[in-house]
Structures are given as C-alpha cells and as structure tokens.
Ligand binder design. Structure first.
Ligand code: IMP
Ligand code: MG
Length: 428
C-alpha cells in the first residue's frame, strides 16, 4: 500500500496528527496537501507533547521525508519559528522539502483576514485569522505570491506592488492603514536564502518515491465538512481538505492512490461558526469539552462539542471514497450510561438519511438519535479489539455500519501506543 491519504471526516481536530504519526512510522514520505498554519496537530511522542501548525506531522518520525505540497499556503515567519522550535527540541528538520509552487501568505493577508471578519458582523466565519482565505483568493485571482518568486526579486516586487493596489484601497475603505510594498518585499526576501535549500519540484519528488515503491502519506489539514466545495459553505476553510485535494495539492494522479483513511472522532467537535446539528450547547457538552480537552491547538478557542453524527461521516465516506476509518478518542466516551448517536436528520418534518443538498436544509436539520449502551471500564490499555468491553465493541460496530466504511484503527488515548489496529493499513 504505497500511497495513503489521511484526512478529517468531520470539522477538523479529529486527531489526524496522531493517525498520521501512527502510520508515519512505516512511511518514507509525508506530504501535506492543503491549508496552512490554520491547522493544529497535537502529537504526543514518549510523553512529550508537540503542537504543529504548519509542519507536516511526519517531521517527528525518524527517516521520513516531510514535504509541503503546492496546495499548501506558507507563512514564512511561522515556518521558521516552528523549525527553530523543533530543532531546539532535538528534532531533525533538515529533510523538509517545500514545493516551488506553494503560495506564500504575505503579512497583509493576515490583516485583511481579520478586517474582513470584522466587516462581516453577524455573518462572520470565525476564521483563525492567519490570512488563509485571502491567500487562496489571491491564488485563484492570479495575484498570489509563490515560493519560487522569492528567487526573482524583481518579479516578486512587481507582484507585491500590483496586489497591493486593490488591497490598499480595500484596507483604506475599512479604516486600516495602507501597506508599503517595499517593506513587504524586504521582509519576504529576508527568508529567501534560508528557504532555498528546501525548495523542490514536489510532484516529481513524490512520484519518484512512489516509483521506487516507497510509502507516501498524504496529510490533509482541516476536514471534509470544512471543504470549500463540499463543506458547510460559507462556514468553511478556503481549500480542499477532501481526497481530490490530495491530488491537485501535490501533483499526483488518482490511479496512484491505494487507500483513503478518514479520521473520525468518536463524538463531534467544531470550532468557528456554522451549523452543527448534534451540538450540545449545554452542561453535557461542557463536560465533554473538558473530558476531551477540546480547546484549539492553533487558537486556544474552546471547541463546540456534540455526539457522533453518522450522517456527516457517511457523507465523508462518499465524498472521499474512504477505504478505512481511524476512530479517535474513544476513551473520552468512557463513563456514560448510554451514548446517543445521530443516525439521520429530521428536516422540516421529513426524515433524511443523507446530507441535505442545500444549506437551509442543513441549518434546519435536527438529529434523530439512537441510544447505545455505554461502558465504565478503563479502555486506555486495550491493544486489541477483543480487549474492549462488549459495549465499546458494539459501539464501534454500529458506527461502522452507519458510516458505510470499516473502522480499522481505534484510538484509546493520546499516546502513540494507545491504539488498536483492527485492520492494518500498510500491511504491518
Ligand atoms: P480559516 O481556515 O482560518 O479560514 O477558517 C475557516 C474555518 O475553518 C473556521 O471555522 C475555522 O475555525 C476552521 N478551521 C480552520 N482550520 C481548522 C483546523 O485545523 N481545525 C478545525 N477547524 C479549522
Ligand atoms: Mg486542529
């Protein structure tokens, strides 16, 4: 199984870092295909906690080549901050590769991200304020800056100047001070020589690794329900975290992919605004938030919490063509007498098994729950499916049936080893 896509099936923070890292021990290349430093992965290795925002999770596994694909947007200040932090903790970062086609997040897009949010008022998205949306908009608008532009100062300068013509008008209209193009150019050029040794044709590197029979992991940031095309638009991120994005975001063709692993939390969380049918906006949700440590890695924001929504995960199975599900944080559900699971929605009096096709329908969706019996035994030491209490096994089997995809990996704690491999993904 040489080419495996790992992505989120819900609204992010499913524990992809752990899943990727888990697989990472058997992989040669980990390539990140979308998003930027809006993502936050927490990985615990030997009791040490690492919070990654921009760097691929593979950076923590020895012998792995981490790659930032063309579909990623790169904040250079954050990149070097993270690299220095990792190096200071003894992590070898010298193998990191960056696509020459990846787009750069210029500092002005952080300002625009935040000002745009303010101007949206009640319709705000709740972005991470990292300039992600404006940078992808610039890419589509063909006024973006790419990593390769750092090596042609006159082109870079022209691009920054022309981008700032309209952006400065926008900023002025929003009462924000105009930005000096030269300051931006100088700031970006100050990174050029440090970036140069990392820059590659990432599509070539990844395809050649596959040609040699190496194992490549495609690591998705954010998640299916935050996808710009298939998520809860406009309450989404500005990239494609779904399986298609793994291809366009790296320059690898669909026929090369062997497995698509969807990571699903045993319940549901969401940060930022937007509809969330199974949300528990009450003390039950508050307790779940504390039990699960549901606070953002990137922004520190408390996450909204709710029960497992199988309509969402079933939809993810379809959109991504999932071959396997990695179910995370099952241990957080220990101690409930019964656990509600959403099996379908009721939308304006009608039962719906599938995602409503329009936004209004999804906003009106109320969950139809099935109550599954809970368990009280500690499950963190379980290493085989059979080690789990009968009710926990039944919970997984029911989720599997509802999600229309087999559940291959089960997370029972935050540590690398606190994992049950029910069906091996890479034939280990
Ligand atoms: P943006 O990606 O900063 O533009 O934010 C758009 C929406 O996606 C907001 O609701 C964010 O909270 C959400 N979002 C972005 N990145 C992540 C992530 O890694 N996990 C969870 N939600 C995210
Ligand atoms: Mg996160």
């Amino acid at each position: 199984m040489p080419a495996v896509i790992v992505l989120g099936t819900q609204w992010g923070d499913e524990g992809k870092g752990k899943a990727t890292d888990q697989l990472g021990q058997d992989t040669d290349v980990v390539v990140k295909f979308n998003g930027g430093n809006n993502a936050g992965h927490t990985v615990v290795v030997n009791g040490e906690k690492y919070a990654l925002h921009l760097l691929p999770a593979g950076i923590l596994s020895e012998g792995v080549t981490p790659v930032i694909g063309n579909g990623v947007v790169v904040d250079l200040e954050v990149l070097f901050y993270e690299l220095e932090e990792m190096s200071a903790r003894g992590i070898d970062c010298t193998k990191l590769k960056i696509s020459s086609n990846a787009h750069i997040i210029p500092s002005y897009n952080r300002i625009i991200d935040r000002s745009t949010e303010k101007s949206l008022g009640a319709r705000q998205i709740g972005t991470t304020g990292r300039g992600i949306g404006p940078t992808y908009a610039d890419k589509m608008n063909r006024i973006g800056l790419r990593i390769q532009d750092l090596f042609d100062p006159s082109i870079l300068s022209q691009k920054v100047q022309s981008a700032l013509v309209t952006k400065n008008q926008l900023l002025e209209a929003m009462g924000v001070e105009a930005i000096d193009p030269q300051t931006v150019v100088d700031e970006l050029l100050s990174y050029a020589e440090r970036v140069r040794p990392m820059v590659v044709d990432a599509s070539l590197i990844v395809n050649e690794a596959l040609d040699r029979g190496e194992t490549v992991l495609f690591e998705g940031g954010q998640a299916t329900m935050l996808d710009i095309d298939h998520g809860t638009y406009p309450f989404v991120t500005s990239s494609n975290p779904t399986a298609g994005g793994a291809l366009t975001g790296t320059g690898v063709g669909p026929t090369r992919i062997d497995a698509v692993v969807g990571v699903a939390k045993a319940y549901t969380t969401r940060v930022g605004e937007g509809p969330f049918p199974t949300e528990l906006d009450n003390e039950v949700g508050e307790a779940l938030r504390h039990k699960g440590g549901e606070f953002g890695v990137t922004t520190g924001r408390p996450r909204r919490t709710g029960w497992f929504d199988s309509v969402v995960v079933r939809y993810s199975t379809r959109i991504n063509g999932l071959t396997d599900i990695c179910l995370t944080k099952l241990d957080v559900l220990t101690g409930y007498e019964t656990i509600p699971v959403c099996v379908a929605y009721e939308v304006d009096g009608v039962r719906m098994e599938e995602m409503p096709m329009d936004q209004t329908g999804f906003h009106h969706a109320t969950p139809i729950y099935e109550e599954l019996p809970g368990w009280s035994e500690d499950i963190t030491t379980a290493r085989r499916f059979e080690d789990l209490p009968a009710n926990a096994q039944a919970y997984i089997l029911r989720l599997e049936e509802l999600s229309k995809c087999r559940i291959s990996i089960i997370g029972v704690g935050p540590g690398r080893e606190e994992t049950i491999v029910r069906f091996p993904l890479l034939g280990q």
